[in-house]
Design a protein around this ligand. Structure first.
Ligand code: PM9
Length: 461
């Protein structure tokens, strides 16, 4: 009888081309960080060693995608790459109508303008920065109806991205269903730590929206990760493919937007797709004002080719298993040093719990912003704040929003870094953790009006 041997996971690809990384001395990093106003978004990428700022547009394309770039049809109108992409939108997301955009927030901008009338409400499973700003600029108030477990970094609920049905019903009752512009679900939920929703919950939300004649929209930016978690955690889905689960998820929504810079493993691109002909016609008309003709939406033909090919790769089980396997590996290594993190581990990132990491710092001195700075200073590893700075100010009172979750995100670009890079990252975080008591907070010295986390500047206390 053959003896079963336990095997580690490994990437289902090998490296064909490399990009050198620059290592720096601490004294250089101190200077760079000061110049960047202690905001990791303002660092020059040349001064970064391992870049875990985001998985957005930072992915390594495959040889199949790179080969596709040479097939770009750069005609102004009706390029063949657009029609190939449209076919794949139908095939993988099951939506008949589609408008390309240059990235996700362009689709968010258009959908907000189309569906929202000033004074209305949008309900969703936690806010996302760019999504909420477009909803607010269109005149809506965003209401978070995610389950309470999502706001607790240590709660082990397998589907922390679920909507609390009672909260949604209460909102409908309080403001009246006519005042709800639309309900939306993101999956997995970025700001909650990359946490998925279940199909069971989605079916309930969809039924409630249908009953009340309210549209349900999907932020499908990392939908294949949500599909993977459903396959792993939800009864009845174990044997289904990622493509089948993705198609089923999409079937409950009226439409969706995608930042193609994530799941589709490209460096630029976005999608607005729907089964609603009226919304499609509005979007197709609007895209020519803000993006470009409806057959290119601010993209080159070659970009659309890479997106269409990336879509075929994004549903590959081995790819997604390796991606989430890498995130999990990082989490398990950090566990060895008792580093406080959001549980369960997310799909695209490990989220450090900055409140627990630096318990001596009040939220007003920006613990997560501070922690991201300290990690960069220690090793040149770049991460991102996802706490009070990202949460911005309350649109009515002008005061800081104080989110329960004060997090630092270590985000993994797809197919870019190796296990050894993760080991270095973990060693650096463990080092910062050892000296955590000496860490002091920051003060904000410049605050832009919108999406302040991108450009705010800080000084050390
Ligand atoms: N997400 C991220 O790093 C990039 C910009 S915000 C720091 O996580 C969701 C769920 C996203 C997202 C971008 C967008 C906007 C929409 N929904 O960046 O405009 O995670 O393509 O997409 C970022 P674009």
């Amino acid at each position: 009888m053959t003896k079963l041997i336990k095997r580690s996971w490994a990437e289902p690809f090998k490296i064909k081309m490399v990009e050198p990384l620059k290592m720096t001395f601490r004294i250089e990093r101190e200077k760079a960080l000061k110049e960047a106003g202690y905001n990791t978004f303002l660092l020059r990428s040349e001064d970064v060693y391992i870049d875990l700022l985001t998985d957005s547009g930072t992915n390594a394309m495959s040889d199949y995608q790179w080969a596709g770039l040479m097939l770009g049809d750069e005609a102004y109108a009706g390029s063949k790459n657009f029609y190939y992409l449209w076919d794949n939108v139908k095939k993988y997301y099951g939506m008949p109508y589609f408008v390309p955009t240059h990235q996700g927030r362009a689709a968010e901008h258009m959908i907000s303008k189309i569906l929202i009338k000033p004074g209305e409400y949008v309900a969703g499973n936690m806010y996302f920065t760019t999504t909420r700003v477009h909803q607010e600029l269109a005149g809506a108030t965003f209401v978070d109806v995610i389950i309470d477990e999502a706001h607790d970094s240590q709660n082990l609920h397998p589907f922390k991205g679920n909507i609390d049905i009672q909260k949604l019903k209460d909102l409908f009752k309080k403001v009246g269903t006519k005042k709800i512009a639309y309900v939306y679900m993101a999956g997995p939920v970025n700001m909650a730590g990359g946490q998925p929703f279940s199909i069971t919950n989605l079916k309930e939300v969809s039924a409630l929206c249908k009953k009340n004649n309210i549209q349900l929209w999907f932020d499908a930016t990392r939908a294949t990760e949500n599909a993977y978690f459903i396959k792993m955690r939800e009864k009845g889905y174990e044997k289904k493919t990622i493509a089948q689960i993705l198609k089923e998820i999409c079937s409950y929504f009226d439409g969706l937007w995608v930042s193609a810079k994530k799941d589709l493993m490209v460096n630029i691109g976005g999608i607005l797709a729907t089964r609603n002909k009226h919304v499609f016609e509005e979007a197709r008309n609007m895209v020519v004002i803000y993006e470009g003709l409806h057959t290119y939406g601010g993209l080159a033909g070659r970009d659309m080719e890479a997106m269409a090919r990336g879509m075929e790769e994004m549903v590959c089980f081995d790819n997604i298993k390796a991606r989430i396997g890498q995130v999990e590996y990082c989490g398990k290594q950090l566990e060895k040093y008792d580093i406080p993190m959001v549980r369960p581990f997310g799909g695209h990132a490990i989220f450090l719990d900055a409140k627990a990491f630096l318990p001596h710092l009040k939220q007003d001195v920006f613990p997560a912003q501070t922690l991201a700075s300290e990690i960069y200073l220690d090793s040149g590893v770049r991460s991102m704040e996802r706490g009070i700075v990202s949460a911005g100010r309350n649109a009515e009172t002008g005061k800081h929003n104080y989110p329960n979750l004060e997090l630092v995100r270590l985000t993994f670009p797809r197919r870019v870094y190796t296990q050894a890079h993760i080991d270095v990252t973990v060693e650096s975080i463990a080092e910062v953790y050892e000296h955590r008591k000496k860490v002091k907070g920051l003060v904000m010295v410049y605050e832009p009006k919108y999406l302040r986390f991108f450009q705010a500047r800080f000084k050390k206390i």
